[in-house]
Design a protein around this ligand. Structure first.
Ligand SMILES: [Fe+2]
Ligand SMILES: [Fe+2]
Length: 191
């Protein structure tokens, strides 16, 4: 369903357990970035009405998620602050081709893969985290991020045939699996 080619390594759950504050702060940044990605796509492909409708909905949902994470941070006395981000998003965005319509296909598929990985990690968190409030929180976000993944893959088909989109999705998912498999030392949502 999520088109991912690997499962998250146990190493990451270890990072979450030891650095929950940093993971929560990074989660808020990720929701903010997800809203920004959808807004950028809305601006870049403003003549695609279906895309614009979907992007405005996603912007609103991601901003609502951002505020939910901020509320959670505030309840826990964790100050929201800047943190060095993981390299994951930048490395994936480096794979986007420069020419249209390939650029649109890649941008949408990369956004979709980031949604998919977030979703896979929310699933792990809801199953493994001892803290009931947090487990329920991740459970509540799982469905909308899975839906965002499907939306991005569907919209990529405005810019290439189904076959071409699925072939490219496979290629990008293989790269995504390689990048996330390398892991990062900083504890982040996508480390
Ligand atoms: Fe979100
Ligand atoms: Fe999302």
């Amino acid at each position: 369903m999520l088109n991912l080619q690997s499962a998250t390594h146990e190493r990451w759950l270890g990072q979450v357990g030891e650095h929950l504050d940093q993971i929560l702060i990074d989660h808020a940044h990720c929701e903010k970035k997800a809203a920004g990605t959808a807004m950028n796509l809305f601006f870049a492909y403003v003549e695609d009405q279906d895309l614009c409708q979907a992007m405005t909905e996603i912007v609103n949902e991601e901003l609502a998620h951002f505020h939910l994470v901020i509320d959670l941070l505030n309840r826990r006395g964790i100050r929201f602050r800047r943190q060095t981000p993981s390299q994951y998003g930048r490395r994936l965005n480096d794979l986007v081709r420069k020419q249209e319509p390939q650029r649109a296909v890649d941008k949408l598929l990369v956004a979709g893969l980031i949604e998919a990985r977030s979703c896979e990690r929310f699933d792990l968190l809801r199953k493994h985290i001892q803290d009931r409030e947090l487990a329920d929180f991740y459970d509540s976000l799982f469905e909308s991020e899975a839906r965002h993944h499907s939306t991005y893959v569907r919209l990529a088909k405005h810019y290439a045939s189904d076959e071409v989109v699925h072939a490219r999705l496979k290629e990008l998912a293989a790269e995504e699996a390689r990048i996330i498999g390398e892991g990062e030392d900083l504890p982040r949502m996508h480390s």
